[in-house]
Design a protein around this ligand. Structure first.
Ligand SMILES: [Zn+2]
Length: 145
């Protein structure tokens, strides 16, 4: 996607998530079983549900709920986050549970079951002037579901 100034947004790790051209929400890359419909985070070869080989690429739901969390109180070396901050796992609406950094949620406000959605966070510029982005989860805007 083209960001302000004509530069592109590129993922911190290629193949981790999509950045839709149409301005839709970013989605983590996963796989889905065409036989039983089981959905997985990341790339799987064999379905754990029915043992089928040949799973299909699947863009995971951009929304879910906080599955669990903890508060980081000591600043890790090189981290762009400022301790204390919450990290944890998110149960996506289509099933998989994924590791998550949370953004714009104060440590005292995060709760198990809180509705969250994926967003992209600028990390730095690369050598070509592109904006390198990472994914994180923030409180879901339309929390009326
Ligand atoms: Zn299956």
């Amino acid at each position: 996607m083209v960001a302000a100034g004509g530069t592109q947004r590129v993922p911190l790790r290629e193949g981790t998530f999509t950045i839709p051209e149409d301005g839709g929400p970013p989605r983590l890359c996963g796989t889905r079983c065409p036989s039983c419909g089981a959905t997985y985070a990341g790339q799987r070869v064999i379905c754990l549900g029915c043992a089928r080989r040949g799973l299909e690429p699947h863009a995971l739901s951009p929304s879910g709920t906080v599955w669990t969390f903890t508060i980081v109180r000591q600043q890790p070396p090189g981290s762009i986050m400022k301790a204390p901050y919450p990290i944890g796992q998110v149960a996506l609406d289509d099933g998989p549970i994924v590791a998550a950094a949370f953004i714009d949620i104060a440590p005292e406000d995060v709760r198990i079951g809180m509705p969250v959605e994926m967003t992209l966070v600028p990390i730095r510029k690369d050598d070509n002037g592109n904006e390198v982005v990472a994914h994180a989860f923030r409180r879901r805007k339309e929390a009326a579901r």
